[in-house]
Design a protein around this ligand. Structure first.
Ligand SMILES: *[C@@H]1O[C@H](CO)[C@@H](O)[C@H](O)[C@H]1NC(C)=O
Ligand SMILES: *[C@@H]1O[C@H](CO)[C@@H](O)[C@H](O)[C@H]1NC(C)=O
Length: 500
């Protein structure tokens, strides 16, 4: 009897581990819920329409040319020095990144990350880029000419205007008015619009603390609903990958400018996922400090600053998400960080973080997958050794035929062949029978070339479905909803471009 009982236990254990592995029995055909809980302005630009001075958001890069001298302001040596006005053309040292305080007041961050501010030098209030911690003396008000908004004057916090005294002397002591070219306080502001950022930081700080909570809540409530999960499930998809930001872990009161409420939205997603038998892959898309300097990592100004000092904070976010959802039957995986960028994110730091994040998830569950995202611009096999010996790890590779001139140079057929040949062998190269599973967590049927026909898109999508369909963990289309049709999976399905 005792022996028999022991046998029963063994069978039970085997059954349980079999059941656990069943949780991931089929490779995922997922869709990303981009722009829901982490803003990406290009996906739905009109969300920014209500922001005053919406072309002056955090991270906006500006260059300032004195109308009097016809020279650009420049942070001499890139920062840590005076501001001069002696450059006839503008590049890095002549470019200032905005930190928005409100619709008219800003800090200006220079190339070496100091902020433009005031300093008493030889009796005059001189403009320097000296500190990395902006205070009142670094607050600058931008005053735009009403009928010519890129003609500006800049008021310092002493109440006086910046002016060019000479090409090596810029001070904050002009008291006059007017917009004439000869006025030493007038500047032409060039906004580098192709660098403009429209992420979560920009939208929440742009609307500001009085308006952002309602704007964001309305978006979360309406952008993705029960009906969307029903639709996703009915189209033959079996999972959603949901990008979230680090601030979700301090809901309902995240640090400003972020806004509470995304956690409730994620809770809803789990409820709907269960109702429509979809799995959820939580993807930590934006980490503190930013892992790639892009708007979709909620960067404030385009600098990548995630590193060792942020590891513990980021692990805490993973711990929070794992503790909250580990037992939910719909949770399939937690992805520890989306698209870290090499070399800014150092490989050793990332490996340390991935191990710590893995351990945090395993405190709560052994059946949920942990996904390591490959570094952009790095060797796709560099994480295989970190994953070796860990159970339930998948590596996320993102395959876009975009963002490089190489794809523009290829015609349609060459783009399609690239999928069948190059992507297929890329996928084989990272896949091994005893290694981690491989997830093509983001791809799209958008081309780098303009003017492709519907049939071209159909063939391009089919090629990717066929090749990425062999990925051992499955794939995730980017994205479910998008103003740009070919990025919009729902539109692609409804209009017969993609068949699952
Ligand atoms: C601009 O002025 C600074 C400070 O005097 C000087 O070091 C620098 O060489 C000047 N640059 C140009 C292009 O005139
Ligand atoms: C913007 O911020 C500045 C500096 O804190 C403040 O003096 C000013 O009154 C604010 N303006 C608005 C419109 O809130």
């Amino acid at each position: 009897m005792a022996h028999h009982h022991g046998h029963m236990k063994l069978v039970l254990v085997l059954y349980v581990s079999w059941a656990v592995s069943l949780r991931h029995a089929q490779p995922f055909k997922a869709v990303n819920l981009g722009n829901w809980l982490v803003t990406e302005g290009w996906i739905k630009p009109d969300r920014f329409d209500g922001i005053p001075n919406k072309d002056l958001l955090d991270g906006t890069q500006i260059q300032l040319k004195s109308t009097k001298l016809q020279k650009y302001l420049c942070a001499e040596q890139g920062g840590g020095n005076i501001i001069v006005a002696n450059r006839s053309s503008a590049s890095g040292w002549e470019t200032f990144r905005l930190w928005r305080i409100n619709e008219t007041s800003f800090n200006l961050r220079v190339f070496n990350k100091q902020f433009v501010g005031l300093s008493k030098l030889n009796q005059r209030t001189t403009i320097i880029a000296g500190t990395k911690n902006p205070q009142n003396t670094e607050v600058l008000q931008i005053i735009r000419k009403i009928d010519d908004p890129n003609r500006i004057r800049i008021r310092a916090n002493n109440g006086l205007f910046l002016q060019v005294i000479s090409d090596t002397k810029v001070t904050a002591d002009y008291q006059g008015d007017g917009w004439k070219d000869s006025n030493p306080s007038v500047f032409i502001m060039t906004i580098l619009s192709d660098q403009a950022m429209h992420g979560e930081y920009q939208i929440t700080n742009g609307y500001g603390p009085a308006r952002a909570p309602k704007v964001m809540q309305d978006h979360w409530n309406s952008y993705i609903t029960d009906a969307d999960f029903r639709c996703i499930s009915s189209r033959g998809l079996n999972a959603v990958r949901i990008p979230v930001g680090w601030w979700i872990a301090s809901d309902p009161k995240p640090p400003e400018p972020f806004v509470g409420g995304s956690l409730k939205a994620l809770d809803n997603a789990f409820t709907w996922a269960q109702k429509y038998r979809l799995k959820v892959i939580i993807d930590l898309h934006a980490v503190q400090g930013s892992q790639n300097g892009m708007e979709h990592s909620a960067s404030r100004d385009g600098y990548l600053e995630w590193g060792d000092s942020y590891i513990q904070d980021t692990v805490k976010v993973i711990d929070f998400l794992a503790s909250r959802y580990a037992k939910h039957p719909s949770l399939a995986a937690i992805e520890l960080m989306n698209e870290p960028l090499a070399p800014g994110v150092n490989l050793d730091s990332l490996k340390n973080y991935y191990k710590a994040g893995y351990d945090a998830v395993r405190k709560y569950t052994s059946s949920v997958y942990v996904i390591f995202s490959n570094r952009l611009a790095a060797d796709s096999k560099e994480l295989l050794s970190s994953a070796a010996g860990l159970n339930g790890v998948a590596i996320d590779v993102h395959y876009y035929s975009l963002f490089s001139d190489d794809f523009k140079k290829m015609n349609v057929q060459q783009n399609i062949d690239f999928i069948y040949n190059q992507r297929s062998s890329d996928l084989n190269a990272v896949t091994s029978s005893n290694g981690p599973l491989i997830f093509v967590g983001e791809w799209t049927a958008e081309f780098a070339i303009n003017g492709a026909s519907k049939e071209d898109y159909q063939r391009f999508a089919r090629a990717q479905l066929e090749v990425y369909g062999r990925a051992s963990f499955g794939w995730g289309y980017w994205t479910y909803k998008c103003n740009v049709d070919h990025w919009n999976l729902r539109w692609m399905l409804d209009n017969g471009y993609i068949k699952l």
